[in-house]
Ligand binder design. Sequence first.
Ligand SMILES: [Fe+2]
Length: 332
Amino acid sequence: MPIPTPNYHPPFNITRASHVILTVKDLDASYNHYVEILGLIQTERTADTLYLRGIDERAHHSVVLRKSNAPGTVDRIGLRVFMDEDLDKAYAHFNEIGTPCRWVDVPFQGKTLHFEDPNGMPVELCARMDQAESLHDKFQHHRGGHPKAIDHFQMPCQNVTLATQFYAQLGFRISEYTDSDDESQLWGTWLQRKGNPHDIVFTAGKGPALHHFAMQSKDASTIMHITDVVGSMGLEDIIDRQPSRHGIGNAMFVYFRDPDGHRMEFYDAHYQMIDIDHEPIRWPLSNTKRSSIWGVPASRRWYFETSPFTGVERHQSEFPGEPMTLEKMFGS
Ligand SMILES: [Fe+2]
């Protein structure tokens, strides 16, 4: 099937993946994981919420951890638009196409618009946040995995084609995609606004749910070092997928799970995708080098354990079949 065509003149200007709001059981345990071990910066702590950011980020928060009696869910993902007037254009556009949306007040953010996408995923848009100090040149704060900035979110969903069509109309371009070997059905799309391989990724799976959010680390050796540190501290249980290099996006990576099961990726670097003649790259689902160019597939746990969105019912994917897993390849 043909992949959806991007709208190069979208109704409003989304600029990038911005922030994620996760529910957690114990703020102290989350602080220990994200700040003490992985190296994120705490901007603010209130009675029930931790606001964290990366060392390059001037925005008040990119990772928000909200204490909850029903932890392990995701309240919503956040995207930036360029200017406040883009929010008004978004509100008008969503009303025109029948997408549920509403204005909300969110601490430390400017004007904010909530909407639910066609798979039921809750998203918020804003143009402004309170500003914090960039610590990119304050090396005493570069610790753990040296998290620079949030980069992207990956979400399994019931209908990848529907999600891709919706976000393509909002101006997202497809950098890479995976489809069935007979090319009849999309399994996953890597979509971007900021000129690198992805801001949001949709894959076929029970959803909507959050598979992971990703922060850029300093470099590949830092990714190896934080994995060494975690292992030598006896914390290997938080390593969800050991370091390797993705085929899609071509980044070195490692994945960690937090005390509530949320998954965070560190990756080292991405290529640019800006020019109009830059065509999407196709990966058939059976090619295990999509997920790791070294050929070793991920575990079932990595593929199928995800964080549900708060109060949002999940539905099985309509895609037939599953990707190759470690268990399938080695028969365990
Ligand atoms: Fe990722």
